[in-house]
Design a binder for this molecule. Sequence first.
Ligand SMILES: [Zn+2]
Length: 313
Amino acid sequence: MPATVTFSVEIELGWGVVQYGKLDVLSPNREAETSALKRLLDLCDEIEVPITFNVVGHLLRDTPLKSYDSGHKAGWFDDVPKTGPEKAPRFYAPDLINDIRDASVNHEICTHTFTHVECANVSPETLRWEFDKVMKTHENFGLDQPISLIPPRHSPPPRKILREYDIEIVRSSRVRAPGYNEATNRLQLALDILTGTQPITSPRVVDDIVETYCTQFPSLTAPFLRSGQADPHPVFRAIPQTVRRRLHSRNLTDVLSTAIRQDSYIHIWSHLWETANGVQWPLIEKFLRHVSKLRATNQLSIRTMEELNREAR
Ligand SMILES: [Zn+2]
């Protein structure tokens, strides 16, 4: 059995950052993110690499909802423009989902909730509102009902509600995997990020839901290089960029080699917006081409979460 790798990329745009006051990691009219998706899709078509794109459901819309009355915490929708894609392309992006659907590779389009809620921190009623909206919106858009969920910030949803909505597989933080823990302090976290430490462990079925494990911080892009339009943390800027670039490339190829040696599994991910700059992209391209070559020599296979779910059951 060759090793297996899954790639997931979050299409969340404004929804993933507005609640944290970080809209400026995005380009003003998402030109950078729109072209970042195009070049990623073009590359995936060329080298036949499928990606699990997880999408904030509201992005599929081209008009605002009639009502945002949903039991979310006070102010949740205050900074969301009630307009449409022309005026607020960071909150409405049906064109991007069409681009993914039009690609020649069969990418998976699944869910990242409807409004980027932290699933463990909202009431069951609010979570059901989110999933009701997701299912309806996917249907109206002509997409299959999603069976894969990537919970925002890895905040774990109650499994009972997932089963109600036929969600079968969830990307999970490595802390849920046997033998793995998260960093307990900032220094350890910085070291984890710099060394690209990743869980190398097979997906497993827990409470009838398949869990696939990954790092809390993005791994396809490096937080120490550049986060979308924003500079990395000053701690990382103290290291010359050429050194950081080399480090990220090496971290990625090393973790892949280890997974291959162990006949195991890794899940590599990022946000679309994090890839939308000239620092991260050349390294992503180089790495995906490397993965494609390893697959050509049967050293690994690439699976979407949907495919992984089928194989794990
Ligand atoms: Zn997110």
